[in-house]
Design a protein around this ligand. Structure first.
Ligand code: SF4
Length: 379
Protein backbone atom coordinates (compact mmCIF):
# COMPACT_ATOMS: atom_id res chain seq x y z
CA UNK A 1 0.00 0.00 0.00
CA UNK A 2 1.14 3.57 -0.59
CA UNK A 3 0.01 7.18 -0.45
CA UNK A 4 0.18 10.24 -2.67
CA UNK A 5 0.68 13.69 -1.16
CA UNK A 6 0.04 16.83 -3.21
CA UNK A 7 1.46 20.10 -1.91
CA UNK A 8 -0.64 23.13 -2.88
CA UNK A 9 1.70 26.06 -2.17
CA UNK A 10 -0.77 28.95 -1.89
CA UNK A 11 -2.31 30.72 1.11
CA UNK A 12 -4.53 33.74 1.49
CA UNK A 13 -2.04 35.26 3.92
CA UNK A 14 0.90 33.93 5.83
CA UNK A 15 0.31 32.82 9.43
CA UNK A 16 3.00 34.22 11.70
CA UNK A 17 4.21 30.85 13.00
CA UNK A 18 4.24 29.03 9.66
CA UNK A 19 7.37 27.52 8.15
CA UNK A 20 5.70 25.40 5.47
CA UNK A 21 6.48 26.40 1.93
CA UNK A 22 3.65 28.56 0.57
CA UNK A 23 3.16 31.98 -1.01
CA UNK A 24 0.45 34.44 0.02
CA UNK A 25 -0.82 34.99 -3.52
CA UNK A 26 -2.82 33.00 -6.07
CA UNK A 27 -0.77 34.54 -8.91
CA UNK A 28 0.89 31.42 -10.34
CA UNK A 29 -1.89 28.94 -9.68
CA UNK A 30 -2.74 28.11 -13.32
CA UNK A 31 0.90 27.63 -14.20
CA UNK A 32 1.26 25.53 -11.06
CA UNK A 33 -1.53 23.14 -12.05
CA UNK A 34 0.04 22.68 -15.50
CA UNK A 35 3.45 21.99 -13.96
CA UNK A 36 2.00 19.65 -11.36
CA UNK A 37 0.27 17.73 -14.15
CA UNK A 38 3.65 17.32 -15.85
CA UNK A 39 5.20 16.12 -12.61
CA UNK A 40 2.43 13.54 -12.18
CA UNK A 41 3.31 12.15 -15.60
CA UNK A 42 7.06 12.20 -14.90
CA UNK A 43 6.67 10.36 -11.61
CA UNK A 44 3.94 7.88 -12.50
CA UNK A 45 6.27 4.91 -11.88
CA UNK A 46 7.78 6.06 -8.58
CA UNK A 47 5.57 3.78 -6.49
CA UNK A 48 6.35 0.77 -8.72
CA UNK A 49 2.83 -0.57 -9.06
CA UNK A 50 2.06 -0.39 -5.33
CA UNK A 51 -1.64 0.00 -4.66
CA UNK A 52 -2.61 3.54 -3.74
CA UNK A 53 -4.59 3.61 -0.52
CA UNK A 54 -4.68 7.34 0.25
CA UNK A 55 -4.41 10.71 -1.43
CA UNK A 56 -3.79 13.83 0.59
CA UNK A 57 -4.01 17.48 -0.52
CA UNK A 58 -1.91 19.51 1.91
CA UNK A 59 -0.05 22.76 1.83
CA UNK A 60 -0.24 25.64 1.88
CA UNK A 61 -3.99 25.84 1.69
CA UNK A 62 -5.50 23.46 -0.90
CA UNK A 63 -8.93 25.06 -0.42
CA UNK A 64 -7.46 28.38 -1.63
CA UNK A 65 -7.19 26.85 -5.10
CA UNK A 66 -10.65 26.97 -6.68
CA UNK A 67 -12.40 23.61 -6.51
CA UNK A 68 -12.01 23.24 -10.30
CA UNK A 69 -8.23 23.12 -9.77
CA UNK A 70 -8.54 20.24 -7.31
CA UNK A 71 -10.88 18.39 -9.70
CA UNK A 72 -8.38 18.85 -12.52
CA UNK A 73 -5.50 17.48 -10.43
CA UNK A 74 -7.58 14.44 -9.48
CA UNK A 75 -8.45 13.89 -13.15
CA UNK A 76 -4.76 13.88 -14.08
CA UNK A 77 -3.99 11.45 -11.23
CA UNK A 78 -6.75 9.17 -12.52
CA UNK A 79 -4.96 9.04 -15.88
CA UNK A 80 -1.79 7.55 -14.40
CA UNK A 81 -2.75 5.76 -11.17
CA UNK A 82 -5.36 3.18 -10.32
CA UNK A 83 -7.87 4.42 -7.74
CA UNK A 84 -9.35 0.96 -7.18
CA UNK A 85 -7.73 0.60 -3.71
CA UNK A 86 -8.08 4.25 -2.66
CA UNK A 87 -9.94 4.46 0.64
CA UNK A 88 -9.27 8.02 1.73
CA UNK A 89 -8.89 11.31 -0.15
CA UNK A 90 -8.23 14.16 2.28
CA UNK A 91 -8.19 17.86 1.60
CA UNK A 92 -6.86 20.44 4.05
CA UNK A 93 -9.15 23.46 4.16
CA UNK A 94 -9.35 26.81 5.85
CA UNK A 95 -12.77 27.73 7.28
CA UNK A 96 -12.97 30.89 5.15
CA UNK A 97 -12.70 29.00 1.86
CA UNK A 98 -15.56 26.60 2.52
CA UNK A 99 -19.13 27.13 1.36
CA UNK A 100 -21.92 24.74 0.30
CA UNK A 101 -21.03 25.04 -3.38
CA UNK A 102 -17.31 24.15 -3.10
CA UNK A 103 -18.09 21.46 -0.55
CA UNK A 104 -20.45 19.88 -3.08
CA UNK A 105 -17.70 20.02 -5.73
CA UNK A 106 -15.27 18.31 -3.37
CA UNK A 107 -17.74 15.52 -2.62
CA UNK A 108 -18.43 14.97 -6.30
CA UNK A 109 -14.69 14.85 -7.02
CA UNK A 110 -14.32 11.98 -4.54
CA UNK A 111 -12.86 13.81 -1.56
CA UNK A 112 -14.14 11.95 1.51
CA UNK A 113 -12.19 13.53 4.36
CA UNK A 114 -11.65 17.17 5.31
CA UNK A 115 -8.97 18.45 7.63
CA UNK A 116 -10.02 21.93 8.73
CA UNK A 117 -7.46 24.39 10.11
CA UNK A 118 -9.41 25.74 13.09
CA UNK A 119 -6.45 26.35 15.46
CA UNK A 120 -8.63 28.08 18.09
CA UNK A 121 -12.25 29.04 18.72
CA UNK A 122 -11.07 32.38 20.20
CA UNK A 123 -10.48 35.47 18.08
CA UNK A 124 -7.60 36.76 20.22
CA UNK A 125 -5.62 33.57 19.53
CA UNK A 126 -6.42 33.72 15.82
CA UNK A 127 -5.19 37.33 15.73
CA UNK A 128 -1.98 36.38 17.54
CA UNK A 129 -1.40 33.62 14.96
CA UNK A 130 -2.37 35.95 12.07
CA UNK A 131 -4.98 33.50 10.83
CA UNK A 132 -7.45 34.66 8.18
CA UNK A 133 -10.68 33.34 9.69
CA UNK A 134 -12.70 34.33 12.74
CA UNK A 135 -13.79 32.10 15.61
CA UNK A 136 -17.46 32.18 14.58
CA UNK A 137 -16.56 31.20 11.01
CA UNK A 138 -14.66 28.18 12.36
CA UNK A 139 -17.80 26.59 13.85
CA UNK A 140 -19.94 27.51 10.83
CA UNK A 141 -17.52 25.82 8.45
CA UNK A 142 -17.73 22.58 10.43
CA UNK A 143 -21.55 22.64 10.28
CA UNK A 144 -21.46 23.34 6.53
CA UNK A 145 -19.05 20.46 5.97
CA UNK A 146 -21.40 18.11 7.86
CA UNK A 147 -24.40 19.38 5.93
CA UNK A 148 -22.53 18.63 2.71
CA UNK A 149 -22.09 15.02 3.83
CA UNK A 150 -18.57 15.09 5.27
CA UNK A 151 -18.59 12.81 8.31
CA UNK A 152 -14.88 12.06 8.17
CA UNK A 153 -13.66 15.34 9.66
CA UNK A 154 -10.46 16.35 11.36
CA UNK A 155 -9.58 19.69 12.89
CA UNK A 156 -6.23 21.20 13.83
CA UNK A 157 -5.87 23.01 17.14
CA UNK A 158 -2.85 24.86 18.52
CA UNK A 159 -1.99 25.13 22.21
CA UNK A 160 0.69 27.03 24.09
CA UNK A 161 -0.40 30.33 22.48
CA UNK A 162 0.45 33.17 24.90
CA UNK A 163 -3.09 34.56 24.59
CA UNK A 164 -4.64 31.15 25.41
CA UNK A 165 -5.41 30.62 29.11
CA UNK A 166 -5.81 27.13 30.56
CA UNK A 167 -9.52 27.78 30.87
CA UNK A 168 -9.87 28.80 27.22
CA UNK A 169 -7.84 25.79 26.10
CA UNK A 170 -10.36 23.59 27.93
CA UNK A 171 -13.15 25.53 26.20
CA UNK A 172 -11.50 24.94 22.82
CA UNK A 173 -11.46 21.21 23.46
CA UNK A 174 -15.05 21.31 24.74
CA UNK A 175 -16.10 23.08 21.54
CA UNK A 176 -14.55 20.25 19.51
CA UNK A 177 -16.34 17.65 21.67
CA UNK A 178 -19.70 19.42 21.26
CA UNK A 179 -19.16 19.42 17.49
CA UNK A 180 -18.42 15.66 17.70
CA UNK A 181 -15.23 15.86 15.65
CA UNK A 182 -13.93 12.30 15.21
CA UNK A 183 -10.26 13.28 14.69
CA UNK A 184 -8.29 16.07 16.31
CA UNK A 185 -4.68 17.08 15.65
CA UNK A 186 -3.27 19.31 18.37
CA UNK A 187 0.11 20.99 18.09
CA UNK A 188 2.18 23.00 20.47
CA UNK A 189 2.98 26.47 19.14
CA UNK A 190 6.67 26.49 18.26
CA UNK A 191 8.74 29.43 17.12
CA UNK A 192 10.57 28.33 13.99
CA UNK A 193 13.63 30.37 13.01
CA UNK A 194 12.96 32.93 10.28
CA UNK A 195 9.17 32.98 10.68
CA UNK A 196 7.33 36.27 11.24
CA UNK A 197 6.65 35.16 14.79
CA UNK A 198 10.37 34.69 15.41
CA UNK A 199 11.09 38.20 14.08
CA UNK A 200 8.26 39.81 16.07
CA UNK A 201 9.42 38.17 19.28
CA UNK A 202 13.03 39.20 18.73
CA UNK A 203 11.90 42.79 18.11
CA UNK A 204 9.85 42.70 21.31
CA UNK A 205 6.61 43.27 19.39
CA UNK A 206 4.83 40.16 20.58
CA UNK A 207 4.97 37.71 23.47
CA UNK A 208 6.89 34.45 23.19
CA UNK A 209 5.17 31.16 24.05
CA UNK A 210 6.27 29.59 27.34
CA UNK A 211 7.24 25.95 27.66
CA UNK A 212 5.59 25.58 31.05
CA UNK A 213 2.24 26.80 29.75
CA UNK A 214 2.54 24.56 26.70
CA UNK A 215 3.27 21.53 28.90
CA UNK A 216 0.24 22.35 31.08
CA UNK A 217 -1.94 22.56 27.97
CA UNK A 218 -0.57 19.22 26.74
CA UNK A 219 -1.44 17.57 30.07
CA UNK A 220 -4.96 19.07 29.93
CA UNK A 221 -5.25 17.82 26.35
CA UNK A 222 -4.30 14.23 27.22
CA UNK A 223 -6.66 14.14 30.21
CA UNK A 224 -9.66 15.60 28.41
CA UNK A 225 -9.19 13.48 25.30
CA UNK A 226 -9.13 10.34 27.43
CA UNK A 227 -12.27 11.45 29.28
CA UNK A 228 -14.07 11.93 25.98
CA UNK A 229 -13.13 8.55 24.50
CA UNK A 230 -10.38 9.60 22.08
CA UNK A 231 -7.35 7.41 21.43
CA UNK A 232 -4.01 9.19 21.66
CA UNK A 233 -2.64 7.25 18.71
CA UNK A 234 0.21 9.62 17.81
CA UNK A 235 1.81 12.37 19.86
CA UNK A 236 -0.15 15.12 18.08
CA UNK A 237 -3.14 13.09 16.96
CA UNK A 238 -6.27 11.84 18.69
CA UNK A 239 -9.20 9.98 17.24
CA UNK A 240 -12.37 8.20 18.18
CA UNK A 241 -11.62 4.44 18.11
CA UNK A 242 -10.46 3.41 14.68
CA UNK A 243 -10.97 6.83 13.08
CA UNK A 244 -7.25 7.29 12.41
CA UNK A 245 -5.89 9.27 9.50
CA UNK A 246 -5.10 6.45 7.07
CA UNK A 247 -2.72 8.70 5.14
CA UNK A 248 -0.61 9.83 8.08
CA UNK A 249 -0.69 6.31 9.53
CA UNK A 250 1.08 5.17 6.38
CA UNK A 251 3.92 7.65 7.11
CA UNK A 252 4.16 6.33 10.65
CA UNK A 253 4.13 2.70 9.49
CA UNK A 254 6.98 3.23 7.03
CA UNK A 255 4.81 2.78 3.90
CA UNK A 256 5.97 4.35 0.65
CA UNK A 257 4.60 7.66 -0.55
CA UNK A 258 4.93 9.95 -3.52
CA UNK A 259 5.04 13.69 -2.81
CA UNK A 260 4.08 16.03 -5.65
CA UNK A 261 4.46 19.81 -5.84
CA UNK A 262 7.08 22.26 -4.55
CA UNK A 263 8.76 21.15 -1.28
CA UNK A 264 6.90 17.80 -1.23
CA UNK A 265 8.82 14.79 0.12
CA UNK A 266 8.75 11.23 -1.21
CA UNK A 267 9.92 7.92 0.28
CA UNK A 268 10.38 4.53 -1.35
CA UNK A 269 11.77 2.38 1.45
CA UNK A 270 15.45 3.13 0.91
CA UNK A 271 15.67 6.78 -0.16
CA UNK A 272 14.00 10.09 0.44
CA UNK A 273 13.66 12.91 -1.99
CA UNK A 274 12.29 16.39 -1.72
CA UNK A 275 11.20 18.83 -4.38
CA UNK A 276 12.53 22.36 -4.76
CA UNK A 277 10.68 24.74 -2.42
CA UNK A 278 9.95 27.41 -5.03
CA UNK A 279 7.01 27.49 -7.45
CA UNK A 280 9.03 29.30 -10.11
CA UNK A 281 12.14 27.15 -9.95
CA UNK A 282 10.11 23.95 -9.70
CA UNK A 283 8.21 24.96 -12.86
CA UNK A 284 11.36 26.03 -14.73
CA UNK A 285 13.20 22.79 -13.96
CA UNK A 286 10.27 20.60 -14.97
CA UNK A 287 9.69 22.53 -18.20
CA UNK A 288 13.38 22.33 -19.13
CA UNK A 289 13.81 18.69 -18.18
CA UNK A 290 16.08 19.65 -15.27
CA UNK A 291 16.33 18.25 -11.78
CA UNK A 292 13.51 19.48 -9.55
CA UNK A 293 14.37 17.48 -6.43
CA UNK A 294 17.20 16.43 -4.15
CA UNK A 295 17.66 12.84 -3.04
CA UNK A 296 19.28 10.99 -0.19
CA UNK A 297 19.87 7.23 0.11
CA UNK A 298 19.21 6.22 3.71
CA UNK A 299 21.91 4.28 5.54
CA UNK A 300 20.82 1.43 7.87
CA UNK A 301 21.65 3.71 10.84
CA UNK A 302 19.37 6.42 9.47
CA UNK A 303 16.61 3.87 8.87
CA UNK A 304 16.92 2.60 12.44
CA UNK A 305 16.82 6.18 13.83
CA UNK A 306 13.78 6.94 11.77
CA UNK A 307 11.97 3.79 12.89
CA UNK A 308 12.69 4.63 16.56
CA UNK A 309 11.63 8.27 16.20
CA UNK A 310 8.40 7.59 14.36
CA UNK A 311 7.28 4.44 16.19
CA UNK A 312 7.83 5.90 19.65
CA UNK A 313 5.43 8.69 18.79
CA UNK A 314 2.59 6.22 18.23
CA UNK A 315 0.49 4.19 20.64
CA UNK A 316 1.67 1.01 18.86
CA UNK A 317 5.20 1.77 20.04
CA UNK A 318 8.68 0.65 19.12
CA UNK A 319 8.78 -3.10 18.58
CA UNK A 320 12.08 -4.83 19.31
CA UNK A 321 10.85 -7.68 17.08
CA UNK A 322 10.88 -5.23 14.17
CA UNK A 323 14.31 -3.92 15.19
CA UNK A 324 15.63 -7.53 15.31
CA UNK A 325 14.21 -8.38 11.90
CA UNK A 326 15.30 -5.19 10.16
CA UNK A 327 18.52 -4.26 11.93
CA UNK A 328 19.79 -7.30 13.91
CA UNK A 329 20.12 -8.45 17.51
CA UNK A 330 22.86 -5.94 18.40
CA UNK A 331 20.51 -3.05 17.95
CA UNK A 332 17.86 -4.73 20.10
CA UNK A 333 20.45 -4.82 22.91
CA UNK A 334 21.49 -1.24 22.20
CA UNK A 335 17.90 0.02 22.24
CA UNK A 336 16.79 -1.95 25.31
CA UNK A 337 19.77 -0.96 27.45
CA UNK A 338 19.37 2.75 26.64
CA UNK A 339 15.61 2.58 27.25
CA UNK A 340 16.08 1.27 30.82
CA UNK A 341 16.77 4.77 32.13
CA UNK A 342 13.46 6.07 30.77
CA UNK A 343 11.55 3.09 32.15
CA UNK A 344 12.99 3.75 35.62
CA UNK A 345 12.03 7.44 35.29
CA UNK A 346 8.44 6.49 34.42
CA UNK A 347 8.69 7.94 30.91
CA UNK A 348 8.57 4.65 29.01
CA UNK A 349 6.94 1.29 29.50
CA UNK A 350 7.66 -2.11 28.00
CA UNK A 351 5.28 -4.97 27.28
CA UNK A 352 6.48 -8.10 25.44
CA UNK A 353 9.27 -6.27 23.71
CA UNK A 354 7.15 -3.30 22.67
CA UNK A 355 8.16 0.05 24.12
CA UNK A 356 5.75 2.96 24.41
CA UNK A 357 5.95 6.40 25.99
CA UNK A 358 3.91 7.07 29.12
CA UNK A 359 1.90 10.30 29.26
CA UNK A 360 4.81 11.89 31.15
CA UNK A 361 7.26 10.58 28.55
CA UNK A 362 5.21 12.10 25.73
CA UNK A 363 6.26 15.53 27.00
CA UNK A 364 9.85 14.59 26.19
CA UNK A 365 9.27 12.48 23.06
CA UNK A 366 11.85 14.14 20.81
CA UNK A 367 14.62 14.14 23.42
CA UNK A 368 14.01 10.50 24.37
CA UNK A 369 13.95 9.35 20.73
CA UNK A 370 17.17 11.18 19.88
CA UNK A 371 18.88 9.62 22.91
CA UNK A 372 17.98 6.21 21.49
CA UNK A 373 19.34 7.05 18.05
CA UNK A 374 22.31 5.28 16.61
CA UNK A 375 23.66 8.17 14.56
CA UNK A 376 24.02 10.30 17.70
CA UNK A 377 25.83 7.52 19.54
CA UNK A 378 28.31 7.24 16.70
CA UNK A 379 28.84 10.95 16.93
S1 SF4 B 1 -2.65 28.44 6.28
FE1 SF4 B 1 -1.23 26.79 6.89
S2 SF4 B 1 0.33 26.72 5.28
FE2 SF4 B 1 -0.79 28.67 5.05
S3 SF4 B 1 0.44 30.16 6.17
FE3 SF4 B 1 -1.12 29.37 7.60
S4 SF4 B 1 -0.13 27.63 8.65
FE4 SF4 B 1 1.09 28.11 6.82
Amino acid sequence: MAGIYIHIPFCRKKCHYCNFYSVASPKHRHKFIDTLSEEIFLRKNYLHGKEIRTIYFGGGTPSFLESGGIVKILDVLHNYFSFSSVQEITLEANPDDLNPSVLKDYREAGINRLSIGIQSFFDEDLRYLNRVHSASRASEAIHEARDAGFENLSIDLIFGIPTLSNENWEKNLDAAFVLEIPHISAYSLTVEPGTALDVLIRKGKTTAPEEESSNTHFRILMTMMKQHGYEHYEISNFSKPGRYSLHNSQYWNGEHYLGLGPSAHSYNGHSRQWNIASIIEYADQIRNGGSFFEKEELTPAQQYDEYVMVSLRTMWGCDTGVIRERFGENLVDYFSSRALKYISEGKMQENRGIYTLTDEGKLFADGIASDLFLADARG
